[in-house]
Design a binder for this molecule. Structure first.
Ligand code: NAP
Length: 211
């Protein structure tokens, strides 16, 4: 059975997965790089990085994934839809290496990149997007890559099987929150927490209630 997985989604203590305002110069707004400093320190991110708890969690991001779904605001800064040459933040060889579905109300033709990533642009419900991604994943799992809005919408629709969140000990106060509207989400999951020496807490939610 193909699972729907979220990995390395980093949130502040008050639940924000990005700050504001998002822009080309500051993709995470006033959060800067603070949500991901734990990950930048790992070997997952940098060959000379750490190999402890944070790395062990971070490395689970890739194996078994056959497609990704992301939101329009992860793919580019506000207004990217007006730039016909915008191909994402990641250069000619993006780190996805699978079909990657970008949810947007202004879809465009698919973009084939180096290294196995093809961006497909979809105006579709979460369930419809997941059907398309599952077909492309050829039996492997589908990663919901963020941002907060898309993860929240997939959680609200009951479409996430495995959720790995990284709670970072900062208070952002504003931005885009993951939890809004998800009251009692915990009822559908087994939840484990692992604290890392870096100060972050890895929270793993595994779905126990189907549908
Ligand atoms: N903390 C982390 O670990 C993490 C991980 C990934 C990303 N991020 C960050 O999170 C931020 C983006 O998050 P976000 O919550 O602002 O936005 P997002 O989830 O990336 O994208 C939301 C946008 O996607 C489009 N969309 C979503 N669902 C759709 C649907 N069903 N059909 C059609 N279009 C749909 C809409 O854009 P349009 O209406 O404009 O088309 C919507 O405004 C970025 O700063 C990114 O870097 C953080």
């Amino acid at each position: 059975m193909s699972l729907t997985r979220v990995h390395n989604l980093s949130i502040s203590l008050d639940g924000f997965a990005t700050g504001e305002p998002q822009s080309a110069d500051a993709p995470f707004g006033h959060a800067g790089e603070r949500l991901h400093e734990w990950m930048f320190a790992t070997r997952f991110w940098d060959d000379s990085g750490t190999t402890g708890v944070d790395n062990a969690f971070a490395e689970r991001h890739g194996p078994g994934i056959g497609a990704e779904i992301m939101g329009a605001n992860k793919f580019g800064p506000p207004g990217w839809q007006d730039d016909p040459d915008w191909k994402g933040w990641w250069g000619p060889n993006p780190p996805f290496h699978t079909p990657t579905f970008v949810l947007t109300h202004r879809p465009r033709s698919p973009l084939e990149m180096e290294g196995g990533t093809t961006f497909h642009f979809l105006d579709a419900s979460p369930a419809e997007a997941l059907d398309a991604a599952r077909a492309a994943a050829e039996g492997q799992d589908v990663r919901i890559g963020g941002g907060a809005t898309v993860v929240r919408d997939f959680l609200a629709a009951g479409l996430v099987d495995h959720l790995h969140l990284v709670q970072v000990p900062i208070v952002l106060g504003r931005g885009v929150r993951v939890w809004d509207g998800l009251e009692a989400l915990e009822d559908d999951f087994d939840i484990e927490a692992v604290s890392a020496p870096s100060g972050v807490t890895h929270l793993t939610f595994r779905r126990t209630v189907v549908g």
